[in-house]
Design a protein around this ligand. Structure first.
Ligand SMILES: [Zn+2]
Length: 164
């Protein structure tokens, strides 16, 4: 059995929202910490139960909305269990801090790409180092939303047939 952990939300200073103003981001912070501490997928109602222990009075709708938002942002990953329940867990620690989202201006498709892996991760870390050196500003979180054309729409606008 897990302890109640009532006071554990009082900031270890390691969360992605640590500088964001506690009041405004409290639900996000609490949801993220509950899911992170679980070490396994958690059902939405269980997330709500545990968040409520930390933020008494929080509404179930707020918790569900927060889960949905964090999933859209790529911070949490969501699966559906055999009995149809939505289950959540943290997608990846660095993904929680740095995100890249590609948005197609034509079909509005949104795609989150991993911002911490491979060449892209290298480029971003280099970008943040440059900002730190040149502008004396430490980057802790980032959200890059890039607008353009997805591969399907790009094919259409180049005059090719989209699908054969
Ligand atoms: Zn498109």
């Amino acid at each position: 059995m897990r302890g109640r952990g009532r006071h554990r939300h009082c900031g270890h200073g390691d969360g992605p929202f640590r500088k964001g103003g506690f009041r405004r981001t409290a639900p996000r912070q609490a949801v993220l910490e509950v899911v992170r501490e679980a070490d396994d997928y958690l059902a939405a109602d269980e997330v709500y139960r545990r968040v409520y222990e930390r933020l008494e009075g929080i509404g179930i709708a707020t918790v569900y909305r927060t889960l949905q938002l964090l999933t859209e942002l790529g911070v949490l990953s969501r699966i559906v269990s055999d009995d149809g329940k939505a289950l959540y867990r943290v997608a990846d620690e660095e993904a929680a801090l740095h995100r890249v989202v590609l948005v197609c201006r034509r079909c509005s498709a949104r795609r989150a790409v991993p911002a911490s892996d491979g060449a892209l991760g290298e480029h971003l870390r280099s970008l943040y180092r440059t900002i730190e050196n040149d502008h004396e500003f430490t980057v802790e979180q980032s959200l890059h939303q890039l607008s353009g054309l997805c591969s399907d729409c790009s094919r259409i606008s180049h005059g090719g047939s989209p699908r054969l």
